[in-house]
Design a protein around this ligand. Sequence first.
Ligand SMILES: N[C@@H](CCC(=O)N[C@@H](CS)C(=O)NCC(=O)O)C(=O)O
Length: 216
Amino acid sequence: MALTLFGRKDSINVQKVMWLLRELGADYTLVEKGGEFGGLDDDEFKDINVFGRVPVLQDGDFKLAESNAILRYLVQSQPGGDAFYPADLETRARIDSWMDFGSTTLYPEFMKTFSQVVRTQPRDRKPGLIAMSARRFQMETLKIGNALDGKDWLFGENFTLADIATGVYMYRFYSMPVIKRVAQGRVERWVTRLQERPAYDEIVATRYAHMFAKGS
Ligand SMILES: N[C@@H](CCC(=O)N[C@@H](CS)C(=O)NCC(=O)O)C(=O)O
């Protein structure tokens, strides 16, 4: 069945899905929606897009929003998906908890930093807010470093959805100007391994200069 992904390539939540699709080697059509492409309120899209956000996946007649739900759907519906979400109940539950951690803990701190540094004109930036959100983000990535504990990936030799749903923020966090970062050896080595994956390099480690507020 043909897969269609609605979204824009520079959205971090869309990148999560495109990254997995590329890892799976799945064919899909990208229909650009959101951001400069607009279209989220178009009548024909409203029916597909219940939450008014991207990404949205369509697989035949089936439509699904929310990036983590889409990731789980894809690994359970596409050939080879098990490798990224091993069928064992406890492993899946623990991968789910890293995915929730990505969306509910990392993402808000990442977005505070990104909004200030990238989306805000320099004269309007709040240096204290930038420093605090970047520091909080790294207090959280420390937990990724602790969990890696000598392993290549969060689940040892298996690169899983846990690495995608937490790793997707790292390229921008480590490449953003202005912010101060503290050294986190394990996390940085994990990010280097992420970057060695062609899918990450092609989809996540991409330019975002066009997203900076005019005048930056
Ligand atoms: N929890 C949602 C968040 C989706 C979301 O916030 N998407 C943003 C892009 S990252 C969006 O649709 N923004 C409006 C737009 O792009 O026009 C998910 O994980 O899919």
